[in-house]
Design a protein around this ligand. Sequence first.
Ligand code: CUA
Length: 341
Amino acid sequence: MLSAAEPERKFTDMFSPLSVPAEIIHDSAIVVSLICLAIFLVVVFMLCYVIFKFPSKGPEDDKKEPPQIYGSSQIELAWTVIPILITVVLILVTVRTIIDIQDREMPEDTVHVRIIGHQFWWEIHYLKPDGVDANGKTKWVTDFVTANELHIPVSSRENPRPTALQLESADVIHSYWVPQLNGKTDLIPNHTNRMWLEPLATGTYYGNCAEYCGTQHANMLIRVMVQTQEEFDKWAANQRKKPVDSTDPIAVAGHEVFYKYSCVSCHRIDGSPEPLAIFGPDLTHFASRRWLGSGVALNNTENLLSWMRDPHVLKPGVLMPNMQLSETEVEQVTAFLQTLK
Ligand code: CUA
């Protein structure tokens, strides 16, 4: 599944950005850090100077107050004006970064994605334009749905190919953070936040939910697969397809179990009756995903069997209940899920 051209970027290091907005943030962070370092060094130097220049002259001397100086307008002016100037420089650097990132014009062929945070996974809708609304703004509707693993095309400086993310939450506050791709942005209930990614190298990038959201916050992992345009188009075309019904008798039995135990109340498989609500990840192309439980374990037979027996073994505190399936049913549902390529 992983080719040499598609390295795993497990190193979540914000000091080695590989995306345009992450680079912009990185550069301004370096400027701000250098200014703070200069202030720190000046303060430490002055402190050391005073300590060594005016040592104690004995216990008697320590009891007296040192001479007090009042009313030096030069000193007062200096310690008022210099910090103001430093603050103005810091404000300018920050504002420029914010404007650079928030007001970026997105090109025509930008990939638009809506991500909805849930305890403890990510619902991902790829969007497509659907005419314009009354205000002349493009209306976006869902093209296809997936979960947890965000696939996006790689960009380049000559030919920018950004992905615009629309971030929402179904329950509590989460935060989307892939350090090498952008700063963190919160997903807030009843409020849409936005961010964009413009990755300059292919690979699988690792990230985390960055806002405490409950027992499995630490296992609300993020995986961003940055692919070549060709690979991305191929992946997207497959995600748009309806799953093909398998004829394997074990998988067919698993499909029945899936409905019998109302797995379908929480998980949607396109073509299945509409669920009451999306509580759990869309499983239409479940077998095409590399991980289970939002990055908690690799999506292989062994882990999937374990998940079917009791999801709390791999992810304690996950909101999916133990469905109390028999061992035969566990194997049948596993076989069924593995047909959902
Ligand atoms: Cu979601 Cu922390």
